[in-house]
Design a protein around this ligand. Structure first.
Ligand SMILES: Cc1cc2nc3c(=O)[nH]c(=O)nc-3n(C[C@H](O)[C@H](O)[C@H](O)COP(=O)(O)O)c2cc1C
Length: 201
């Protein structure tokens, strides 16, 4: 198991060009989406939503505002990962999560103290952070079954949100993640040594 995980970590890289002739199965896509669904999130609020963008014309439009990156149109599946914006304890979504999980008053109080005093921008940033955890797990899950991916922030956020018709009072786009099969060999991973990035106290 340890070796399988390590192999997946080495297989994953930011794939720049996908093989347009190879389609992923729905089963494999579900496996990846499930990894997102099962990810941890602060207070268990599951701030994410996943839009699977299959419409070819929509993808062409997105590519134009995404630095013309080939991943957008060549990938077998393109997932827009968005985060929820309405995350104050008084917001309906948070109330429903509290109820769904039968959170006791103590936890609701902690949430109020921790979340509500923050500025809107800080709250958005907090909510966005949660969906990056899901994205990481989804990419590693893909790699574990031989599927390539690329995390992408290289796009004009407002334009992509408009193209996909996102309800921007509720959601904001964090990142696009294409999944599929590589055309080119992956380049060597460039990483610092553990000794450079780990300190024991
Ligand atoms: C949040 C985030 C946004 C990124 N945006 C892009 C992008 O728009 N296009 C791209 O080709 N790579 C993008 N990358 C990939 C990084 O450039 C890549 O992960 C890094 O250079 C390390 O390479 P590796 O993932 O192949 O090991 C992004 C990575 C992250 C984590």
């Amino acid at each position: 198991m340890r070796n399988d995980f390590e192999a997946a970590m080495h297989f994953r890289h930011a794939c720049k060009l996908f093989d347009e002739t190879k389609a992923m199965s729905q089963e494999d896509l579900n496996f990846i989406l499930e990894a997102g669904r099962l990810s941890p999130s602060s207070f268990g609020m599951e701030q994410w939503h996943f839009f699977v963008i299959r419409d070819k014309a929509m993808r062409e439009e997105i590519k134009k505002v995404a630095w013309n990156q080939a991943q957008v149109t060549t990938a077998s599946e393109l997932i827009a990962i968005v985060y929820k914006k309405q995350v104050r304890s008084s917001d309906a979504y948070i109330q429903s999560e509290f109820d769904k999980f039968h959170y006791p008053d103590g936890v609701r109080g902690m949430y109020k103290q921790f979340i509500d005093p923050r500025e809107d921008a800080a709250l958005e940033s907090w909510s966005a952070k949660q969906v990056y955890i899901a994205a990481g797990n989804m990419m590693t899950a893909g790699a574990s079954i031989g599927i390539d991916s690329c995390p992408m922030e290289g796009f004009d956020k407002d334009s992509v949100e408009k193209i996909i018709g996102l309800e921007t009072e509720k959601y904001a786009l964090a990142l696009l993640v294409p999944f599929g099969y590589r055309v080119n060999e992956q380049p060597p991973l460039h990483r610092s040594e553990l000794s450079e990035i780990v300190s024991y106290l």
